[in-house]
Every structure is written in C-alpha cells, then in structure tokens.
Design a protein around this ligand. Structure first.
Ligand code: SF4
Length: 362
C-alpha cells in the first residue's frame, strides 16, 4: 500500500492526446501557440460538448487549416459499446472497450430529479477491498481524463435519444479516484466548465476509500463538489479486514483528514456504509459508528450490499437494516438508506466486468 504514495500506472502516452483531456484554458493556450484567436476555444468546446460531434471535420465554423491542425494534434476518444443493458427501472449499464482492448463500466441511473452517471476512473483497482469484484485482477492502468469525460459524453448521447440530460455525475465506478488524482481533477473541471458539459459542482460527487494525503490535497482545491468516503466500518479492526487501505491510513488519520476537509471547504461529507451480514451490521456497530462521527458535519448513506459472485459476503436482512438506521437516528445522525437500482442488470460495482472477464478466459 506504501506504493500508493509514490507511483501510479500512467495511461499509455504513445498516442496523440485526447482533446477531451484538455481543460478550456489549456485549449486556449494551444490555440494561441497555433496563432489562432482564443475565442475559438469556445467554438471547439461547443462542438465537443454541446453538439457532441465525433469528427473534427464536422466543426464547420473552423477553417480547414485549423481542423487539420486539431486532427494532427488530438484524437476524439471513442468508446466502443460492447454491451448496453437496460433495467426495468430505467438504469442503463454500458460496458465500453478502450483503444487497447481493456473494458470499463459506466452506469446511467434515472431518478425523478434527473439522470446521474457513475463513471470509472481506472481499469481494475489495486486497493483490494475484500468485498469488491473490481480489484480481483489488480490494476491494469489509469484512465486518461479524456476517457473519463468520454463516459459522460456517451451517456449523454444515450440520453439524447430520449431528449433528456445528464444532470449529475458520481465518481464511484471501478477504481479509486484518488489513485488517479492527476487525471481526476482535469476531468472534474471540464465537466463542470460552463462551456463544457456544464454540470454544476453541487451535482458532482467524488468518493474515496480513504487515500488520506489526497484528501488534504483535494480539500485545498476548494472545488465545492460533493465528497463521499467509503467508510464501511466503525472501528479500525473491522475496517482493516474489509479494506486494506486502512492499514496504510488507519481510521484516526482518515478522520483527521476529513475534519480538515470540512474546515477548509465548509462542506459536509457523506459516509458510505455498506452493510455486510454479520460483519458490520449489528446495533453495537451502529453505536460505535455514531461515536466515531460525533461532531462531524456529515450524512450517512447505508448501502444494503448486493451479493458478489466471487466474494463470501451476504446481504443484511431488511429488519436489521432498519434496526441499524434506528440506532443512528436516535443518536441524531443524519442517515438514509440507499435505494437499489438496476438490480436485474448487475449494477453493483465491477460485477459486469468480472463476468465478461470470466467469459474471455473460458
Ligand atoms: S471498492 Fe473501490 S477502492 Fe475498493 S477495491 Fe473496489 S474499486 Fe477499488
């Protein structure tokens, strides 16, 4: 886990960069280097994010020369749809193939208040959470910012078919976002940019398993987005069993970094708490959780965990979920139980990809 502090698998850089990896100001700088006016950046972003073209040639208000320069300098990341599953509740789950043959998942969730996209930040993951199928094959590589942006764009194209908009983004798919921090931040800035996808900061959520040094760094970015921590345990002992990241950065250090985040940003945080039958779902655990987060400006989201094919964990019975919630409420904790979506289409993190991988290796 020490490795996390220093190295990270970089995306393949032999290819031209993705234009979706470029932030607005970077595109302006590039245009000035090409002796082109800065305002062209607005036109290009309009073609990329509002009109959602798939070829530079379609950018008809740019000169032929500039279109050529663009196609000689950048690619328009193309995610190939391998499968598209639609649930009876409207959830859409994509399995995309990347240029190098790796596959990633993206899920579009339909709510009455809008459509939310859950994006993936890495191919696989090295964090080793013991309840997660996504980490079984380890980390293959980080995604480029443009590959993360492209997931939102493809999701928006799917919503274009029904004349709806992607109104929020959650970074909770496969991978640990803070293990790919340098690609994550440009992605967030581009989807938030008014000339980009213009998704409001308050409609973007990033979730971490607890990479403490990056929590401090993220606090200092002051992005005003929603921040969630996959807590899943009320004590160091239980958390270390569920999440090896806790051995590198134990619970007290994690809580210090969260307090710093709240002080710096003025924002509250969300604790994601997956309920695993017999492991962390008893009323005594709820009491311990209430003690742990006492005085922290937060919200707790209880997640009844789906059965994971390759793992041994079982679901918590409904009455136990409500008993757990009741203890927290009694202790004045702001708590909700997450509504399950896409239950009939493997919407739990990593399940679809694990299934595909199995089929590939048969
Ligand atoms: S839960 Fe998230 S951080 Fe943990 S192994 Fe799975 S993908 Fe990685």
């Amino acid at each position: 886990m020490e490795q996390l502090k220093t190295t990270s698998k970089r995306p393949n850089t032999d290819r031209l960069p993705s234009i979706y990896s470029l932030q607005f100001e970077e595109l302006q700088d590039w245009l000035m280097e090409q002796n082109e006016p800065k305002f062209r950046a607005g036109q290009i972003f309009d073609w990329l994010y509002k009109k959602r073209v798939t070829d530079f040639e379609e950018m008809s208000n740019l000169s032929k020369e500039l279109r050529e320069k663009l196609s000689n300098s950048f690619i328009l990341t193309n995610l190939k749809i391998v499968t598209r599953q639609e649930s009876s509740d409207g959830t859409v789950k994509f399995l995309f193939e990347l240029h190098d043959g790796y596959s990633i998942e993206t899920v579009v969730m339909r709510h009455d208040y809008g459509n939310s996209v859950c994006v993936t930040t890495q191919v696989g993951c090295r964090l080793g959470c013991t309840f997660c199928a996504s980490t079984l094959g380890g980390l293959k590589r980080n995604l480029e910012a443009g590959e993360i942006v492209a997931q939102v764009l493809e999701s928006q194209r799917a919503m274009d078919e029904v004349e709806e908009r992607v109104s929020s983004v959650v970074v909770m798919g496969i991978g640990e976002p803070f293990d790919n921090y340098d690609e994550l931040v440009p992605f967030l800035k581009t989807i938030n940019h008014e000339k980009g996808l213009n998704i409001g900061a308050r409609h973007i959520t990033v979730s971490t398993s607890g990479v403490v040094p990056k929590i401090y760094k993220f606090a200092d970015e002051k992005l005003q987005i929603n921040f969630a921590i996959s807590l899943h345990a009320p004590t160091t002992e239980i958390r270390s069993k569920l999440m090896p990241v806790n051995r590198a950065w134990p619970l007290p250090k994690l809580m210090d970094s969260i307090r710093y985040y709240i002080e710096t940003t003025g924002r509250r945080v969300t604790f994601e708490y997956g309920l695993f039958g017999g492991v962390n779902d008893q009323e005594e655990h709820a009491e311990q959780l209430a003690d742990l987060i006492k005085g922290v400006k937060c919200h707790v989201n209880l997640i009844p965990v789906n059965y994971v094919l390759e793992r041994d964990y079982v679901r918590t019975p409904k009455n136990q979920i409500f008993a757990f919630e009741k203890v927290l409420k009694k202790r004045n904790v702001n708590v909700t139980i997450r509504r399950e979506q896409g239950h009939d289409i493997d919407a739990a993190c990593g399940q679809l990809r694990a299934k595909e991988r199995k089929e590939e290796t048969r």
